[in-house]
Design a protein around this ligand. Structure first.
Ligand code: DGL
Length: 264
């Protein structure tokens, strides 16, 4: 086990390539940071898993990040942020950043009264989005809808073959007249080019931009940013299908080589 310092890496995790939508923005905002990414694609989709299963997976992942000496860990996954952040936040002494809780204040400040949220079944059922947003602004009605196939479509790299499914889910949401729609699953920004064929692109909010700004501010305030001018390191790990991960990731992140397969 190593002791962390400013040069230590930041861990990112998700059930698969979704977390890369956060990592992409993070690297743009903080190019100097060393990172370790873990995609738990042996267990995708997280949105169909129980709280107990998610706790078990996340404990293994956090232990792995600890062995890597991480100074902070980004939960680049709405589902684990919504369901188990409170259960795991005290486990290790690195900073732990959950997406939903970190962006709720900014979403609550939008000038809308009806806000749609697309997310996984588990995230929607947890009611984390309305709970966190209404803490800051009780006047926003949050309309949640889950999209059972979207994560699989992204992981399988089969977006163009499934435009009808994506459109059907979008039509259901649009019928409820939201003023904006939050992409409350980190896999969903991969579908933006399809979604924006059927609704104005500025309807959709990818919270990762706000999330990354939050993390940057917080790391800075805790004096945890990397000041080392050396070229930063990037390590990618998955729990299944390294080649498929690399192919499906392409829209957001081009990996020089397949990620490393590890089993806990
Ligand atoms: N990308 C994750 C999220 O933001 C998990 C999706 C899944 O595996 O169901 O919720």
């Amino acid at each position: 086990m190593s002791i962390s310092n400013n040069n230590s890496p930041i861990g990112f995790f998700d059930s698969g390539v979704g977390g890369l939508t956060v990592l992409r923005r993070f690297k743009d905002a903080l190019p100097n940071e060393n990172i370790v990414f873990f995609g738990d694609n042996a267990h995708v989709p997280y949105g169909e898993k129980s709280k107990e299963q998610l706790i078990e997976y996340s404990k293994d992942i956090l232990k792995f990040f600890r062995s890597k000496g991480c100074k902070a860990v980004v939960m680049a996954c709405n589902t684990t942020s919504s369901l188990i952040y409170d259960d795991i936040k005290e486990l290790y002494n690195f900073e732990l950043y959950p997406v939903v809780q970190s962006v709720a204040k900014v979403l609550a400040g939008l000038s809308v009264t009806k806000l749609g949220v697309f997310a996984t079944k588990a995230t929607i059922k947890s009611l984390a989005y309305p709970r966190e947003i209404n803490k800051y602004n009780p006047n926003i009605e949050v309309i949640g809808q889950y999209c059972p196939d979207w994560v699989k479509i992204v992981e399988n790299n089969s977006i163009n073959q499934n435009v009808d499914i994506i459109k059907k889910d979008l039509d259901l949401m649009m019928a409820k007249n939201p003023q904006k729609i939050v992409l409350g699953c980190t896999h969903y920004p991969y579908l933006l080019s399809v979604l924006s064929k059927f609704a104005p692109e500025d309807m959709f909010i990818d919270p990762s931009e706000t999330f990354v700004e939050y993390i940057k501010r917080d790391l800075n305030s805790k004096n945890l940013l990397n000041r080392n001018p050396n070229k930063p390191t990037e390590e990618f790990y998955v729990s299944a299908n390294p080649r498929q991960f690399r192919d499906s990731a392409r829209l957001f992140y081009s990996l020089n080589q397949d990620p490393i397969l590890i089993k806990f």
